[in-house]
Design a protein around this ligand. Structure first.
Ligand code: SAM
Length: 281
């Protein structure tokens, strides 16, 4: 379906692998007059855009100057009010730590029609490509998506470490690398087992994906040693050890921390080697 004039589409582009973009996102990209896009969109995501489409980069790089959120909202509104069909293209899903909610509110307040087009969120896809089923039936009957890095303007943390420590399932932290050490310490102090398996997945679903598997208590050290950086997800829970035995995608690399001592496992790990290098796809 073609993008309609005067409408803003908040579109999820998925976690990085172009093959995980939805048909709806590709149709909208191909027909939009203007596309405002983020940094973390799949390579080639804009290849199908019209030649005369206006392509505007409004991405945020952690720690670097970027277009303020209010300004992005203002520009979306202006473009729609000028009669353009507008795609706001974001990594993953727009409503999962994607600020799509704020943009939708701004559009609604300005009387601009908008639609949300969900995308595949990194918390599920990067985990899957790393071989981690976030709700493996034997290990986790719930999963929580958590921000590992809150808005620096907020004075107090909204994270309830006690509740997270006792959450009966998998914890998936977005934006969690920088504060991994502090967050892991907070979880352990609140009662989560330091020996619980944990993983960090860098560049999930993209070329060069890497996974480090350790324990909650040792993951920060493993991440530091391996030089794992953003974008990366932190997965805490018994399912994390599946990265070693169910590698979901042959383009990735999995490193088991030498200093890790995961909690006793009910199922035997199928990956006896401490370091697994996987072949090309
Ligand atoms: C601002 S949030 C955006 C999340 C996005 N809306 C989603 O649904 O996946 C950015 C964070 O998402 C995670 N992330 C996004 N893409 C990723 C990827 N390909 N691999 C690992 N983590 C990713 C990282 O934790 C990163 O710091």
């Amino acid at each position: 379906m073609r993008a309609r004039a005067g409408v803003v589409y908040l579109v999820g582009a998925g976690p990085g692998d172009p093959g995980l973009m939805t048909m709806r996102s590709l149709e909208l990209i191909a027909s939009a007059d203007a596309i405002f896009h983020d940094r973390l969109i799949p390579p080639g995501a804009l290849a199908g855009a019209r030649e005369d489409a206006e392509l505007v980069y409004v991405g945020k790089v952690p720690g670097k100057p970027s277009v303020p959120q209010e300004e992005i909202g203002k520009r979306l509104i202006e473009a729609a009010q000028a009669g353009k069909s507008v795609v706001r293209l974001k990594g993953g899903d727009p409503f999962v730590f994607g600020r799509g909610g704020e943009e939708g509110e701004a559009l609604r307040a300005a009387g601009v029609e908008f639609e949300v087009v969900p995308g595949v969120t990194a918390g599920v896809a990067a985990s899957a490509y790393a071989g981690i089923p976030v709700t493996h039936r034997d290990d986790a009957s719930a999963v929580a998506f958590v921000t590992g890095h809150e808005d620096p303007e907020k004075e107090e943390t909204a994270l309830d470490w006690d509740a997270l420590a006792h959450f009966p399932g998998t914890l998936v932290f977005y934006m969690g690398v920088k504060r991994l050490n502090d967050n892991a310490a907070a979880l352990i102090a609140a009662g989560r087992d330091a020996d619980e398996p944990a993983a960090a997945i860098e560049r999930g679903t993209m070329d060069g994906q890497r996974t480090a598997v350790a324990t909650l208590g040792t993951l920060a050290e493993a991440v530091e040693r391996e030089g794992i950086g953003s974008p990366a997800l932190i997965v805490v829970g018994p399912v994390s050890r599946d990265a070693r035995r169910l590698p979901g995608w042959s383009g990735g690399r999995c490193t088991e921390s030498a200093s890790s001592s995961p909690a006793p496992v009910r199922r035997q790990a199928a990956w006896p080697r401490p370091f697994v290098r996987l072949g090309p796809r």
